[in-house]
Structure formats: structure tokens, C-alpha cells
Design a protein around this ligand. Structure first.
Ligand code: MTE
Ligand code: MO
Length: 231
């Protein structure tokens, strides 16, 4: 298949996925809540800029399990498998040949700091999903980091256009301590939903709990509902 044909296929599959998840996505709290909790001007999805209980930071704290795996671009692989028609194992070069998305978004950590307007570049989860074709019965995904971290997400959250696998921040390669060479970001959920040093995305047909979710953090992680812990 030629590059043009590959790209056309991704674009067509992207449109179909968008249509398939449109309604569910529009009904998610960060798009649909009529009394979102927080302060400041409405952001681009009409939520208050600063979610309830958060404080703006200008630094970028590092939060993880304390172990920063050393993954060069050469050794990095991304497996996308599970309930998909076309599982893949991408090299860095193959990943970088996919459509690239630039976006500036906010980062809300459950430990109450928010960092606003972070300029990213990467590949959207939606485009990765368009590459592998999630089966009809796929409802969630589990993301795995090279440090053994896991976190789960519903597909209506994961396929929002601002959910990216990023490799570049402020025009520079993503620093290792923040998940370089590649991590996921989830601007409309607390940041623990974005796996640093991402190595695998498994599409699953029923929800499962990731590392923090098993330890009492919320399954859903909605910043504008102060949805930090499971009950
Ligand atoms: N692989 C991996 N990803 C992870 C974590 C982790 O421990 N391991 N911590 C999560 C948490 S709790 C947060 S708040 C963010 C922090 O990202 P940062 O260190 O770049 O600020 O990464 C998330 N992704
Ligand atoms: Mo966190």
C-alpha cells in the first residue's frame, strides 16, 4: 500500500470512529455537565479553566512510581492490540510517519496542581485507533508503561481529539522524567490517565482497573466533578 493510500484509509476510519462515538462523547461530563465545578473563564470545551480544588503551577512537577525507564527511540515499540481488527507493533519511525497533531492543552494532576496551555505534538489516539480498527465490542482500553504502570480509560474519553501520544513539548523532545520518548496525555481527565513511557494500548471489551484505580483512585477521573477517589 502506498503512503497516500495508507493516509486515506486512516482518514476514512477516523471519520467512522468519530461518528461511532460522537453521541457518547458529547454526553461525557467534561462536555455536557451544566454545573461544572471550578473557576475562571470557560475553556474550549466550555468548562471553567481551573477545575475545583486545583491551583495553577508554572513549574512542571514529576510524578510517577520513582523509576524512569531508559527507552531510546531505537528500542521503543508501541503495541496496540486486544479487541482490534488490525493489531500493530510500531517502531519509532512508523509511529512518526503517522499523521502528527499539534495541540495546546491543560494538565490537571489529582494532587491539586494544574499546568495550563502546554504546547504538545504527537499522534492522536483517534488516529491510532483508526489504524487498528477497534472491534464493535471494544468499550475501554488499558494503557501500559515501560515502568509497569497501567491505567484504564473508556473509549469515549480516549478518542477525544485532544488525547495524544506526545513526543514533543514546547518544540523539544519530551524529557525522560515526563515520559519521554513518548507518553499519553488526557487533558479532560486527571493526568494519571496518561501513561508515561507508553508501550502498549490494549482495547478491551469490559472495564478493568489500572494501577491507581486499583488503589482507590477514581475509575472515571473527572476534574470538574472533583472525582478523585472511588467511594
Ligand atoms: N508510566 C507511568 N505513567 C504515569 C505515572 C506513572 O507512575 N507511570 N504517573 C501518573 C501520574 S499520577 C501523573 S500525575 C502524571 C504525571 O506526569 P508528569 O510526571 O509528567 O507531571 O503521569 C501519570 N502517568
Ligand atoms: Mo498523579
Amino acid at each position: 500500500m502506498g503512503d497516500k493510500e495508507k493516509l486515506d484509509r486512516i482518514i476514512e476510519a477516523r471519520m467512522k470512529l468519530k461518528a461511532r462515538f460522537e453521541q457518547q462523547m458529547a454526553g461525557t461530563p467534561s462536555m455536557a455537565d451544566d454545573a461544572p465545578q471550578g473557576s475562571g473563564e470557560p475553556n474550549r470545551h466550555s468548562m471553567p479553566t481551573l477545575p475545583i480544588g486545583q491551583t495553577v503551577t508554572y513549574k512542571w512537577p514529576v510524578l510517577d512510581l520513582g523509576y524512569h525507564p531508559d527507552i531510546s527511540q531505537d528500542r521503543w515499540r508501541l503495541v496496540i492490540d486486544g479487541a482490534v481488527e488490525n493489531p500493530v507493533r510500531l517502531t519509532w519511525k512508523e509511529f512518526m510517519a503517522l499523521p502528527q497533531t499539534k495541540d495546546t492543552s491543560d494538565f490537571h494532576c489529582v494532587t491539586t496542581w494544574s499546568k495550563l496551555n502546554m504546547p504538545w505534538k504527537g499522534v492522536s489516539l483517534l488516529d491510532l485507533a483508526a489504524l487498528v480498527h477497534p472491534k464493535e465490542e471494544a468499550t475501554h482500553m488499558m494503557c501500559y508503561g515501560y515502568d509497569t504502570y497501567t491505567t484504564n480509560l473508556s473509549l469515549e474519553e480516549a478518542l477525544k481529539p485532544d488525547v495524544l501520544l506526545v513526543h514533543t513539548f514546547e518544540g523539544q523532545p519530551l524529557p525522560k522524567e515526563h515520559g519521554g520518548p513518548c507518553r499519553m496525555i488526557t487533558p479532560q481527565l486527571y493526568a494519571w490517565k496518561g501513561a508515561k513511557w507508553i508501550k502498549r494500548i490494549e482495547f478491551i471489551t469490559q472495564n478493568k482497573l489500572g494501577f491507581w484505580e486499583e488503589r482507590g483512585y477514581s475509575n472515571t477521573a473527572y476534574p470538574w466533578r472533583n472525582d478523585r477517589y472511588s467511594d
